[in-house]
Ligand binder design. Structure first.
Ligand SMILES: [Zn+2]
Length: 310
């Protein structure tokens, strides 16, 4: 039995302009291979129950892993869910009501599309020159510029994306629909998965004021719970790095009624993990899960040794 949980965080499966990768076919094949690997070598447990077990000191099965998917990409329903269902693996989907309704812009996909289809060979942004003369250069520049936008609040970030779009002068067909809608999300529940909250419109919470954060946290929880008639007790902080949420965010998440919240830093969750700062490891269809599990075992081994030495 184990007192550690490895929480894996996926986004999209197939590559997008915002999260580029190899090809859709390769990504689908790799994800199916990952599901077979997880089924054979780990015990995939439902996240919410596993976090409650850990918090209350109940042991988990050995090599316990929980699967999470953020943002509500359409391929979570069309690609991931059938593969998970066939393998009998439960997952938790962290959804954004504004993306489900199509009312909130997905700034990183807009930015990724503008860079991918740029007709300029370079742009200047914040005093830096960014090469846009080739596909790899455009990917690198999109990543670098996107990182600077994470320092802004939502309003300034959207204005910056509009400005960048003008300067990049992109040409080409817009992407097809990339995010699931409310009905498609309901399909995930029917397959036995869980739906949790990833805020109303995916701001980076530490960049927002108190009121805005409180609305994003409480509003998304209420909207998802009301629509699906299920409790929503777990939150994933957008972007999730230590600098993307604050002590105030954690306090507001508690006030909004969340029992647990996931970050995107740290390694394994354990009994001593703060319930509103649960560690999580980001992965995609390209990740070598065997290597990741080996590293996790190493980290867990070190943790056990540390405790034993005390
Ligand atoms: Zn997200």
């Amino acid at each position: 039995m184990s007192r550690r949980l490895l929480v894996l965080g996926y986004h999209n499966i197939e590559p997008t302009c915002g999260f580029p990768g190899s090809t859709p076919e390769r990504a689908r094949r790799n994800f199916a291979r990952q599901a077979r690997f997880l089924r054979r070598w780990t015990n995939v447990v439902p996240l919410r129950a596993a976090l409650a077990d850990l918090a209350e000191g109940r042991p988990l099965p050995p090599r316990a892993v929980a699967l999470t998917f953020d943002d509500g990409y359409l391929d979570n329903v069309t690609v991931a869910a059938p593969v998970l269902h066939a393998a009998g693996l439960p997952a938790s989907f962290f959804l954004v009501p504004g993306f489900l309704s199509g009312s909130a812009p997905v700034w990183w996909e807009q930015l990724g599309w503008a860079f991918t289809h740029a007709t300029t060979t370079e742009i200047r942004w914040n005093g830096d020159r960014h090469d846009t003369s080739s596909p790899p250069a455009r990917r690198h520049s999109a990543w670098a510029v996107g990182d600077t936008l994470k320092l802004l609040d939502s309003g300034d970030r959207l204005a910056a994306v509009a400005e960048l779009r003008q300067r990049l002068a992109p040409e080409g067909p817009p992407p097809g629909r990339q995010f699931m809608d409310w009905d498609e999300a309901g399909e995930l529940l029917r397959l036995g998965h869980e739906i949790e909250s990833h805020t109303c419109a995916h701001p980076i919470l530490s960049r927002e004021g108190r009121e805005g954060q409180a609305h994003e946290l409480a509003g998304s929880r209420r909207e998802l719970a009301d629509h699906f008639r299920r409790p929503v007790d777990v939150l994933a902080y957008p972007n999730g790095r230590a600098q993307d949420y604050s002590d105030e965010t954690v306090r507001l998440a508690r006030e909004a009624g969340y029992a647990f919240a996931l970050t995107t830093h740290g390694w394994l969750a354990g009994r001593r993990s703060a319930p509103l700062e649960i560690p999580r490891v980001l992965v995609d269809a390209e990740t070598d899960l065997r290597q990741l599990l080996q590293r996790a075992a190493h980290v867990a081994g070190r943790a056990v040794t540390k405790v034993a030495r005390r």
